[in-house]
Design a protein around this ligand. Structure first.
Ligand code: SF4
Ligand code: SF4
Length: 80
């Protein structure tokens, strides 16, 4: 199964709680104060408004990042 990681940059505080909990280290250090997926792991990146979506093969869909994000800025979706 492949997952899409969606980050709403308008909500993100850049404190990296998501990065701290991801067991497969898909998040990089924040850029310009906003969370980003490691560019080496992000595929098919799309930006719609303030939301950046990317397919991440390494993501196992555990949703630990979603749960850790106090700003509800992350959504993990299954890729169809
Ligand atoms: S946990 Fe949420 S608010 Fe914090 S850096 Fe990650 S996406 Fe941004
Ligand atoms: S769902 Fe799990 S594996 Fe995927 S990015 Fe979030 S914490 Fe990492």
């Amino acid at each position: 199964m492949t997952f899409i990681v969606k980050i709403d940059c308008s909500k993100c505080d850049g404190r990296s709680d998501c990065k701290d909990v991801c067991p497969v280290e898909i998040y990089a250090d924040p850029k310009d104060g906003k969370c980003i997926v490691d560019p080496a792991k992000a595929k098919e990146t799309k930006t719609e408004g303030s939301v950046v979506s990317c397919v991440v093969d390494e993501c196992i869909g555990c949703r630990a990042c979603e749960a850790a994000c106090a700003k509800e800025a992350i959504k993990i979706e299954e890729k169809e």
